[in-house]
Design a protein around this ligand. Sequence first.
Ligand SMILES: [Zn+2]
Length: 645
Amino acid sequence: MDKIGRIKELVGILQKAAYAYYGLDSPLMTDKEYDDLYDELSALEKETNCVLAGSPTVKVQGYVLDGFTKVRHTKPMLSANKTKETNEIKKFVGEKSFYGSYKLDGLTVVVRYKDGKFTQGITRGNGIEGEDITEQCKFIKNLPMNISYKKDLELRGECVISWDEFRRINKDLDTPYSHPRNLAAGTLRNLDLNINKERNLSFIVFECVTDLKKDSKSETLIDVYNMGFEIVPITKLNSTVNQVHDALQPEFYQYPVDGIIFELDSRKLSESLGATSHHEYCRMALKWEDELYETKLKDIEWNTSKTGLINPVAVFEPVDLDGAITTRATLHNVSYIEDLQLGIGDTIQVYRANMVIPKVHSNLTRSNAWKLPDKCPCCGGDVEIHNENGSKTLHCMNPDCKTKLLGKLVHFVSKNAINIDGMSEATLQLLIERGWVKSFKDLYNLKENQIYLWKYHTVGFGEKSVDKLLENIEKSRNTTLDRFIYGLCIPLIGRTASKVIAKEFNNQAEEFYDIWCHSYDFTKLDDFGDAMNNSMKVFIRDNYGWIAELIGEFNFRESDNNGNVKQVLEGETFVITGSLKAYKNREELVSVIERNGGKVSGSVSAKTSYLINNDVASTSGKNKKAHDLGIPIISEGEFIQMITS
Ligand SMILES: [Zn+2]
């Protein structure tokens, strides 16, 4: 494998290893193996001058930007002329030398390099002027920050999110994105760089704007690939139009695509052909046709989401959509149904948008006999129609709606909030359905009979898995104030805002609690406007009581640099000897130490931090050794003080 290829491979391996280590707590390799690969990567980067943004040797921190600056493009960014007919393509290429590539479905971005360093990233914008997204681009993991090519370089490419990554991110969102393109755009145009950091955006080059002194565009792209960039897959020169079509099927590619680009290979010939104000004459796009299928509408289902939004879904007679038997499609919102004038029994046309998401295209019979539900299908509570960006949406107004509680709980226990490891949505749903959990606080006060039923009489659970979950619930009592605030689901208060608030109150729950009693002006805080201030005030006014109680369930700790809870016994090693009084047995004490981040060892050595022995004056071997090494000997009582103070 060439050196650039090995760099790409190493970055991938090390990213996975770091994720498994920090994110999953299950290391894929030893520290030594990791260090060896890291050293190999770092040597290759020095040798080739190619450093990818996702490389572990580059550390970029997330933060929030003030706004976007406008930048002019060096040459207008035009669209490609489009057709759905392969005959049109055949006419276009004629006898000329051409290649085919995927038409990527993301956000077009221009990147610029000077002296071998990444200097600027710009969105397409209106084609003449785009927005400066240089800082956002630094989080695109496969984008090189350093390259061996030292002259000015400008490339055009598509910023995309793979289907896998799209599904992974959407899983955790209250309002999922409808397409990876929207997710990529939403991520790239986000001023909160903490969000960019967590989403795996990819940059795929499709055009080299700079003249690299080669007439062949496909050869130029290969040069770009050898600099360390990922390029769009291209077909061999002079394959037939049909061969290109067969080679570039959407399911062969990990990224979303919506057609095929046919591009003339010669740079000079392309330039001589010129352009209209809309498109250049050197390329043409073949758009895949969305085929329409007729079927009958059987029902409109209404489903309450975690936020209380009630979403309509069309249920129709089974139809084969390009090989997938489909019976349901989203209807988006109330306005969408009104526009289609739907009614049960209507003949509708459905299709697979971009060959992926089933949608209702049109209603051929338009009976308009549909009915708006007057109660929430989940809780039977009152509903209201809201107007959101010009569309009517239906909402459940019952604050205790079970679905909403589930949504809040899912958020509360999530990784960036209170972080109860292993507590899945399905588990929370079960706890709610059984009536055991009606609030955040209930999670920390499960009754003995409930635990018994859960352990021994619940399908899908066993003694061990329930014990593990209970242990993780206990662990989560050690938290930080910002995680706690973020977990409360206060409208408009995200992770960054939660951190700002926690910092203002010195990470002390008591200080924070004080503000419930006094009026506090949050607009004093960085980036807090009137809307966020009001949101906090309304939330405080309406939820004062239960939050005060909930605070009592937690031990608030400082956080480390990565925002993780700093455990009170972190870095401490204990040795236990003699009989115990306060704890049932040694295992119980060991688990308390470990839960608080400490370690337990069998024998006293220079690495021991404390010897726990109720008989402080004993002359046992362990006591003597501790004395000799100057290691403090503490009683159970002193230990308990240590973890509760
Ligand atoms: Zn409801």
